[in-house]
Design a binder for this molecule. Structure first.
Ligand SMILES: [Zn+2]
Length: 392
């Protein structure tokens, strides 16, 4: 994928695009690049805060394993995402086992190498702050739009970053085309599509983060339905107009039936002509780690929604069962990290809230400043932007 090419621009429903990483978004404008304002914000150095956290670090004793990341010029978006990924236990376990990773041939392998080095340092006893300079440099070499020091969108960064990690580790074999008998059952089609996809895209990163979405298109004239199955790396969910809602309301909006009419009319395979159709989604295959992106930034206007979305924060509290393609009431997830965006589109700042894998306590990672343990009641806020859930 070229640096200038955004993952979500590549989305169509033809099988060849299953190679690409994209987020399943309800946007009808998904063919256009999203323009978001470049945010400029310089994090003030607050000595009082730094002193406080240093005092706190010494209180925690010799092995707190709470490592902040220095801001090297509007890099809070990156720091926030790295902290969330660092608290993704299976990914970090893998990266920490990668001893002696050599600097490698491709740009993606270089990114993986620098990321593994950083994660290993971050989880070393008595390391309280790291500077992710080499990782930033390696990433910018591949993705040129990150080579300056402008603020960027954390979710876009996450997608590019996971794409690079996946590409570095991918042992998949390309070239085979997907042929599926239309008479097979939906579940059989889903399995064959998934097997085909995983033969092409085979990495630990895909194992951890990718799920499969089922989209059903129904002709309003003849009633013919057709299904397609696409991989997703995160769910990009819209926010309802109310100022306060539950996460389920966003997920309901995401899967709700949509009417494709006018210019958007698809061609019905039975009528052999363009027809008004309905389209709806369900989740065919749930990922190990479910990333939910709250679409706070508008695509048409440079504005941000500050709705409060009440999302489940306790262990196993999120049940995705009702969004599944097959009846399964037992799809529980536990929240373990949040990327928060504070402020407006004109200026903003990212922090991460992450649950420590051993103490099970939540901490705020504000660049190099790591907070004391937070109360779980304080996790939901109008700043929550990307939610990271682990399947329980
Ligand atoms: Zn039809």
């Amino acid at each position: 994928m070229k640096a200038s090419q955004k993952p979500h621009e590549t989305h169509t429903t033809t099988p060849t695009t299953l190679f690409k990483i994209y987020s399943r978004s309800r946007s009808r404008r998904s063919s256009k690049p999203r323009l978001r304002p470049k945010l400029t914000y310089r994090m003030p150095v607050v000595n009082r805060e730094r002193d406080r956290i240093q005092a706190h670090a010494s209180r925690l004793g010799s092995d707190p394993r709470l490592c902040g990341l220095r801001n090297i010029g509007n890099t809070c978006f990156m720091n926030s995402v790295i902290q969330c990924l660092s608290h993704t236990q299976e990914l970090t376990r893998f990266l920490r086992s990668q001893h002696g990773t050599r600097s490698s041939s491709t740009k993606d392998q270089q990114i993986l190498h620098e990321f593994a080095k950083l994660i290993q340092e971050m989880w070393t006893p008595n390391v309280h702050t790291m500077t992710p300079m080499e990782l930033k440099r390696a990433f910018s070499t591949k993705h040129r739009m990150y080579s300056d020091y402008n603020q960027q969108d954390a979710q876009e960064f996450l997608r590019f970053f996971l794409d690079s990690l996946h590409s570095a580790l991918n042992t998949g074999v390309k070239g085979e085309t997907l042929n599926i008998d239309d008479n097979l059952s939906d579940n059989k089609k889903a399995d064959l599509t998934w097997e085909w996809y995983t033969r092409h895209e085979n990495s630990l990163v895909r194992d951890l983060f990718v799920g499969q979405l089922k989209s059903t298109l129904k002709c309003t004239t003849c009633g013919n339905t057709s299904v397609t199955f696409d991989p997703f790396w995160d769910l990009s969910v819209p926010l309802p107009s109310s100022s306060r809602c539950k996460l389920e309301a966003c997920l309901d909006l995401f899967i709700r039936e949509e009417v494709l009419d006018g210019d958007e009319m698809p061609t019905c395979a039975k009528c052999k002509t363009r027809r008004k159709c309905t389209k709806s989604f369900t989740i065919q295959r749930f990922p190990k780690y479910l990333v939910i992106h709250l679409k706070r930034f508008s695509e048409t206007r440079w504005s941000k929604l500050s709705n409060i979305v009440e999302f489940p924060t306790s262990d196993r509290e999120l049940n995705m069962g009702s969004y599944g393609a097959n009846s399964n009431s037992n799809v529980h997830y536990s929240l373990y990290a949040i990327s928060n965006h504070m402020g407006s589109t004109a200026g903003g700042h990212y922090v991460a809230l992450c649950k420590h894998p051993i103490s099970r306590k939540w901490h705020e990672f504000n660049d190099n400043i790591v907070s004391d343990a937070l109360c779980e009641n304080h996790l939901v806020s109008s700043s929550a932007y990307i939610l990271f859930y682990e399947r329980a």
